[in-house]
Design a protein around this ligand. Structure first.
Ligand code: ADP
Ligand code: ZN
Length: 737
């Protein structure tokens, strides 16, 4: 056994430290072990990430203790963490923190124990209680609660009695109450009734897809399968049966879904097929719930994990398959360091385990599509909906023509109004999509040209009608709506631009009898609002659902026969080279919501640019056509997927400090980069100021990430970052704001 361990401590230092492995621990310390080590003048917790026979340092200190005997993180996950650190230019600590959830790191091994308090028998009689009430009223209160409500956890009891644990403990000392240690298990699905389902008989395309995935699971050839299946084509059934195949051989699975589609609906489908062996991980779990789920997986009690982005790091032993549903979703990218893309890390984990990886989407990202073309991934297609239900017909409405004919700018085209009316008459459901909340998206004064802009951010303020406030959607700043223009003093303020609130208001005047609901970040602040609205919609208690991207994805409502896209140009005019791809994907997703039942669906898209190629391709539901034309222009400009793109964003409260540093960075980086790397900037970021911080960007593109990362790391090390300047390095950036 090597004498020296390399340890990463839980402080953000991008370094490994050498420690001696003491004789007593040499048999138990392993790769990934969590240990206590002397650090500076105190001790720190750390992870063993490697071993060595000798160290350059003479005066090595020794590991003080082993925290958990079985490592929390195995060799594969350690390798994965290293890869994440290297590829996404993050520190090894950041990477380790990513693969081990905070709740697990803090609490350590085992289930959380809690103290249960029971009333001792015989219970005190009325006289004894009365005497106690006079001597020690708090103790008496505790006993009364126990008598009334029975045994309960110490924390709950203390809160109910408005007292402290010491009061309960003194009761225990007097043998009037009994304290026991119990392991607590919090089950996030505890209150749900699940009916089991059996595998469905597959359609030929589904069967072909399943057999390719099985082949991949057996032989790792191909290592990655891209399942391109139109919405409602039965991709999920393929996932379920592939997972069953693995499970029968003792192999576990991880299924990633975007947070937004991690609805009870989705989880229910997995639960009803696999029952108890499902663990669920998402961002709304409490630390305790997350900890328990993690340990159920760690101990092999749960073999299948369904979850959002970070579920990719679940400690599933003998992993057979990783599924990434809606693989094109930008929400798989983490917004803070390490800025990893869970889809890409899934492919890497699959390679390291090794196990098969299945990516599914109705509109795969161009990156994945390209990986099929160049032979890295195998493709499987589901070209039609289950039962050959028709794909919805998409109609494009030219809002310029509308305006010309009616002489004004209406929010609803006549076609859309008529289509909604028809659905209401036939008791069918409608969804209206607009990716902007609030009532009006700008507040301006036509007399003097004043526009309400956030004082902290370079964006316009949005008017929210109900509360009569104007709000900044970047920093959240709220202000009462001024009655008069703050610059010229005239009472002429105008509210223009359309948000979901206004769509709702107009709908209510157009169709006063219809049952209308809105779902966006404003109406779902309450924890259960999201589930309630979706439940009501599914139960047919809502005729028209208006919403932001929250309603665009993954949901299955057979009663919806009409989907209206209020303004397709919104995403098209984003300052981002992926704007066309996003718009195309969005339209396809939205279209996927229509006609999932027996009646064929219709989609009406309102736009001022009806001939835009992305909109036209979406109308024809022509994925290949869109890819061909979009890839051509990306290739010409050497944009992803033909190159990797690194976006470095620099921010500071002081404008000139950040601009100067951005210039210094770009100036020093340029000569350090290989010739093939394209360097752009510094330029002000599209969102040039946020929360008071001025923002600049430097952007690099190259076919090799390594060619950019190494010089970047060197340059950042050599340049001292001035105080107050923040640097965010985003490798394979998806958002360029
Ligand atoms: P996708 O994940 O591609 O959007 P789903 O898996 O949600 O599609 O399938 C749509 C609907 O079709 C679901 O209600 C599902 O139960 C049903 N379905 C899927 N496969 C079959 C099958 N082989 N036979 C019958 N129904 C199926
Ligand atoms: Zn702001």
């Amino acid at each position: 056994m090597p004498k020296i361990a390399k340890v990463v401590v839980e402080i953000a230092l991008d370094r490994e430290f050498d420690y001696q492995v003491p004789e007593a621990l040499s048999a138990t310390v392993r790769l990934g072990s969590r240990v206590h080590v002397p650090f500076g003048h105190s001790t720190a917790r750390g992870y063993v990430v490697g071993f060595a026979d000798h160290s350059d340092r003479q005066d090595l200190k020794a590991i003080t203790a082993l925290i958990s005997p079985k490592p929390l993180i195995n060799e594969t996950m350690l390798k994965l963490a290293r890869w994440i650190g290297d590829y996404y230019a993050a520190t090894i600590e950041q990477a380790i923190r990513t693969v081990l959830p905070c709740a697990v790191r803090r609490k350590g091994a085992g289930f959380i124990e809690q103290t249960l308090v029971t009333l001792a028998s015989p219970a005190p009689d009325a006289a004894a209680l009365k005497a106690l009430r006079q001597r020690a009223p708090k103790q008496a209160a505790v006993l009364e609660i126990l008598q009334r409500d029975g045994a309960q956890p110490l924390t709950v009891l203390v809160r109910a009695a408005g007292t402290t644990p010491s009061v309960v403990k003194s009761l225990a000392e007097k043998k009037m109450a009994i304290l026991t240690r119990e392991t607590a298990m919090r089950d996030p699905l505890a209150d749900q009734v699940i009916l089991p389902t059996a595998p469905l008989a597959l359609f030929p395309e589904q069967a072909a897809a399943l057999s390719l995935v099985k082949q991949s699971m057996d032989t790792l050839k191909p290592p990655v399968v891209l399942l391109h299946g139109v919405t409602g084509s039965g991709k999920t059934e393929v996932y379920l049966q592939a997972i069953r195949y693995g499970l029968d051989q003792g192999r576990g699975a991880i299924v990633l879904v975007p947070e937004i589609s991690l609805t009870p609906q989705t989880v229910e489908r997995f639960r009803s097929r696999f029952g108890e062996t499902i663990a669920v991980l998402h961002s709304h779990l409490s630390d305790g719930e997350r900890h328990d789920e993690w340990y159920r997986i760690y101990e092999g009690k749960a073999r299948i994990v369904v979850g959002a982005r970070s579920a990719l790091f679940a400690p599933v032993d003998r992993l057979g398959l990783i599924v990434v549903d809606e693989e094109h979703e930008p929400s798989y990218k983490q917004a803070e360091a390490p800025r990893y893309n869970a889809r890409d890390v899934a492919v890497m984990r699959g390679h390291l385990e090794p196990c098969a990886v299945l990516l599914g989407s109705a509109s795969p990202a161009l990156e994945s599509f390209c990986n099929v073309r160049n032979g890295k991934y195998a493709l499987s297609e589901l070209t039609h909906r289950v039962d050959h239900r028709q794909m919805p017909c998409m109609r494009i409405v030219d809002m310029r023509v509308e305006a010309e004919q009616s002489g004004r700018m209406d929010v609803f085209s006549r076609d859309l109004v008529e289509a909604i009316r028809k659905r209401l008459d036939q008791a069918e459901q409608t969804m209206l999509f607009l990716n902007r909340r609030g009532f009006s998206t700008s507040v301006l004064c036509p007399a003097c040209g004043y526009v309400a802009v956030c004082t902290q951010c370079a964006v316009k303020m949005t008017w929210h009608k109900g509360c009569n406030e104007i709000r900044c959607h970047i920093c959240g700043r709220v202000q009462r709506t001024p009655n008069r223009c703050p610059t010229c003093g005239l009472p002429t303020l105008k509210f223009s631009g359309i948000g979901t609130q206004r769509v709702e208001a107009i709908m209510r005047t157009l169709f006063p009898k219809a049952r209308i609901e809105r779902m966006d970040a404003d109406t779902t602040t309450h924890k259960h609002a999201y589930g309630r609205i979706l439940g009501d919609f599914k139960a047919g208690k809502i005729d028209v659902l208006i919403g932001t991207q929250m309603i665009a994805k993954g949901l299955h409502f057979p009663g919806v026969t009409l989907v209206g896209v209020m303004n397709a140009d919104l995403s098209l005019h984003m300052p981002d080279f992926r704007a066309a791809e996003r718009t195309f994907q969005l339209l396809l997703q939205v279209a996927g919501r229509a006609g999932r039942g027996d009646v064929p669906g219709e989609v009406i898209v309102q736009t001022f640019t009806p001939f835009n190629p992305a909109i036209q391709a979406a109308r024809r539901l022509d994925y290949q056509g869109f890819c061909d034309q979009e890839l051509e222009s990306r290739k010409e400009l050497l944009y992803p997927p033909f190159a990797h793109l690194i976006c470095i964003t620099l921010e500071s409260l002081r404008a000139e400090a950040v601009e100067r540093f951005a210039q210094a960075l770009a100036g020093r980086l340029a000569p350090a980069l290989p010739k093939a790397v394209i360097l752009a900037g510094p330029i002000p970021a599209p969102l040039s100021r946020a929360k008071g911080h001025y923002r600049f960007q430097v952007i690099m593109r190259s076919t090799s990430v390594k060619a950019m990362i190494l010089p970047l790391k060197e340059t950042l090390k050599a340049l001292r970052c001035p105080p107050g300047v923040r640097i965010a390095v985003d490798v394979d950036a998806l958002s360029m704001m």
